[in-house]
Design a protein around this ligand. Structure first.
Ligand SMILES: Cc1cc2nc3c(=O)[nH]c(=O)nc-3n(C[C@H](O)[C@H](O)[C@H](O)COP(=O)(O)O)c2cc1C
Ligand code: SF4
Length: 450
């Protein structure tokens, strides 16, 4: 157990604690003002200095897993660098390329010091001399908040650099981030070696999502026992979930693992119409029909039982008035266009799949199109240098499982559903920062909407 720990926030919010105290009157870009270093230290106290292994062990006992989508145990990555040659780099992967996610932008634009604390703690633990924070060029509020936060932090510790990068779904993949930082195009590289073996400038590099690092900062201050006070034994702690779609108050909410799906929707103001399905895990995620989805909790074992995972913490509610087939065709069209063009099965396979789903949605598909799409989806899986085809094929398979019965009505031309407008970036335009509202979760025991 970690020594000399402070008492952490009880209940929720944890990561987002103190955010509701900030002055919202000078909000910019719909993102609100960032917490200053003084405010941050008033909420959480000064940065602790655990011994390297002490931090790794506390993170291991906390059960913390990465929040960038791969769900990988954070302590395993930390330990591999601690036991390595040292002198590497910490990369804060703030790309947040998932169009329906807003949690990383929320953390970086409002609570930059919490994320930087996690990065500095990780750097000290693994003997890294530098931290690089990478965000997308269009995340203007995050860039401003980070620039100002970095400028006021003491020089005692690793150097901290901030860098922007091009947008695009696969630019957030960790090897694409490294490639870009090394001066190459922001496209994934073939692995191994993985970044923790040979990353930025050929040195061992720890790439972590901002939420993961913010959680590390809390574990370092308050300890693993506190961390486990929320959540389940298999999934301890809390998570940021971006909830959008047919809900009254779309936004980013901090919720405890183990929370029933019905309560997640309630946190976002409740559904605005009867729901037909939930998309869990974002555009690499899985459609689940609403009757099954409502029986789930925010817990890995529940999500796994219906073939999905929380991914980067995205939940989209699809109302009955919308057409799931049409929305899925839009999303797979977007994903196909995001391929970095390096692997044949990804380039040609996703294109064929997108055309097939588009034809199913427009009603122009032949009788065997569904089977062809499913065959292609199975064929592209595992055949790319990165997981882009895997995520895209999972999404399409779930779409055809949940909305497959509607193919006939599309062929007959009788689908007149309204567009649900699942969020997708417009090429050439910055991502609208206000598209997904930023909201703080209710405190434990009291529900509050913003
Ligand atoms: C196509 C693709 C896009 C990704 N985009 C992001 C991203 O925008 N942000 C992120 O943190 N991780 C993203 N990831 C996951 C990263 O590769 C990596 O697993 C993650 O940054 C590690 O951090 P974590 O262990 O804290 O989750 C993406 C992965 C893939 C396959
Ligand atoms: S699988 Fe697709 S996105 Fe990933 S590296 Fe290959 S071509 Fe690029």
């Amino acid at each position: 157990m970690m020594s000399a720990l402070s008492a952490g926030p009880s209940g929720l919010p944890r990561l987002l604690v103190g955010l509701d105290q900030l002055d919202h009157s000078s909000a910019r870009d719909g993102a609100g003002v960032p917490m200053t270093l003084a405010e941050h230290e008033r909420v959480h106290g000064p940065l602790p200095r655990p011994a390297p292994l002490q931090l790794v062990e506390a993170v291991q006992r906390s059960g913390l897993r990465g929040r960038g989508g791969a769900d990988f145990p954070t302590a395993v990555k930390l330990r591999s660098l601690v036991e390595g040659v040292g002198g590497g780099t910490i990369v804060v992967n703030g790309s947040e390329t998932e169009p329906a996610s807003a949690k990383d932008r929320l953390l970086l634009s409002r609570l930059p010091h919490l994320v930087l604390d996690g990065a500095v703690l990780a750097a000290r633990a693994v003997g890294a001399r530098e931290v690089i924070v990478k965000v997308s060029d269009d995340a203007l509020a995050s860039l401003r908040a980070l620039e100002s936060a970095i400028s006021v932090r003491s020089g005692d510790g690793p150097t901290i650099q901030l860098t922007g990068g091009p947008t695009g779904y696969v630019t957030g993949e960790e090897t694409a981030v490294i490639h870009h930082l090394d001066g190459g195009p922001p496209a994934p590289m073939f692995v191994p070696p993985r970044p923790f073996e040979r990353g930025y400038r050929g040195r061992p590099t720890l790439v972590q999502n901002p939420e993961t690092l913010a959680q590390v900062a809390l574990v370092a201050r308050y300890g693993e026992r506190w961390y486990r006070e929320l959540g389940t034994s298999a999934d301890p702690g809390s998570a940021l979930v971006t909830i959008s779609g047919a809900v009254a108050a779309p936004g980013v909410y901090e919720l405890a693992f183990g929370t029933p799906m019905t309560d997640l929707l309630e946190a976002a103001g409740g559904s605005t119409e009867p729901l037909q399905a939930l998309l869990i895990g974002g555009y690499f995620g899985t459609w689940v029909d609403s009757s099954r989805a409502m029986r789930l909790r925010l817990a890995r074992e529940d999500l796994r039982s219906v073939g999905c995972s929380l991914g980067s913490g995205v939940l989209i509610a699809l109302g009955e008035s919308a057409c799931g087939l049409h929305e899925s065709a839009r999303v797979i069209e977007y994903l196909a266009a995001q391929s970095s063009g390096q692997c044949g099965p990804c380039v040609h396979g996703l294109r064929a799949i997108a055309d097939g789903v588009g034809a199913l949605a427009s009603g122009s598909a032949g009788e065997r199109e569904r089977e062809r799409v499913l065959r292609w989806a199975a064929e592209v899986r595992g055949r790319g240098a990165c997981h882009h085809p895997d995520g895209a094929s999972r999404f399409v398979e779930s779409a055809l499982a949940v909305f497959g019965a509607e193919i006939e009505s599309h062929r007959a031309g009788t689908c007149h559903s309204a567009s649900a407008g699942l969020p997708l970036p417009t090429p050439g335009l910055p991502r609208p920062s206000g598209a997904v509202g930023l909201a703080v979760a209710p405190r434990a025991g009291r529900r509050r909407r913003r």
